[in-house]
Ligand binder design. Structure first.
Ligand code: DHB
Ligand code: MG
Length: 216
């Protein structure tokens, strides 16, 4: 290793989580309701949501594309970091997840800023105009991430952000026999994005690892 790095432990992650601007009551309620309704508890961590909000605010983002709505947690969080005319277009293939997310978006303070588009990620992405987004966040089926990346590199403007969840492959990055069937796909994606010179990118160790890239 070159340069200096502190070896980061679980204690550091708890320390970070306890010192990050906290999740608000609405998103806490959404998380609990999603759990009660049987939606997989795989939303981004609250400190990762805060980080996405910080990035979007710092970038002055207005239009954001998300692949993988799940319960709408990240879409609502990101929408809150946008100006009044801002918009999150979030894509969800699972009709049960899309219906849950739409219900919670409708009763949130950002109902007018979030649109759920139902369908396969790649098909909906292909309908979005080139250069029309300031940021894209990938948090869906991992085998398709390379395709999503390609399409989002078209949709996101130069200087915009390409963000992707689960760089740590559900905690199984260094597991020789990962239990999760999507872990190999995530590891393969890490190699794809790491070598892509159309981006300047880094993995930020929040939640399950978050890729942050800028389209150069
Ligand atoms: C899992 C976690 C995620 O954040 C995701 O996007 C998909 C799957 C998981 O833990 O299985
Ligand atoms: Mg994820």
């Amino acid at each position: 290793m070159s340069g200096e790095s502190t070896s980061v432990s679980g204690a550091h992650f708890r320390y970070i989580a306890q010192r990050t601007t906290p999740e608000d009551a609405f998103l806490r309620d959404l998380r609990a309701a999603a759990l009660r309704e049987g939606i997989p508890p795989i939303q981004i961590a609250p400190e990762q949501a805060a980080f996405l909000q910080i990035l979007l605010r710092a970038a002055g983002a207005r239009n954001v594309v998300e692949v993988g709505t799940l319960a709408g947690y990240s879409a609502i969080a990101m929408a809150r970091a946008l100006p009044p005319e801002g918009r999150v277009t979030t894509i969800e293939i699972d009709p049960v997840h899309a219906a849950f997310a739409e219900r919670w978006i409708a009763r949130s303070d950002v109902a007018s800023k979030v649109e759920v588009r139902r369908g396969a990620g790649i098909e909906v992405l292909r309908t979005l105009a080139s250069g029309s987004a300031d940021a894209a966040f990938l948090d869906a089926d991992k085998a398709s991430y390379p395709l999503y990346l390609e399409e989002c590199l078209r949709i996101v403007r130069k200087g915009g952000l390409l963000l992707a969840d689960n760089a740590f492959a559900f905690g199984q990055l260094f597991d020789p026999h990962p239990a999760d069937r999507e872990a190999p796909a995530m590891k393969a994606f890490n190699e794809v994005i790491a070598r892509d010179r159309r981006l300047q990118s880094v993995i930020v160790p929040l939640g399950d690892g978050c890729w942050v890239g800028v389209k150069v």
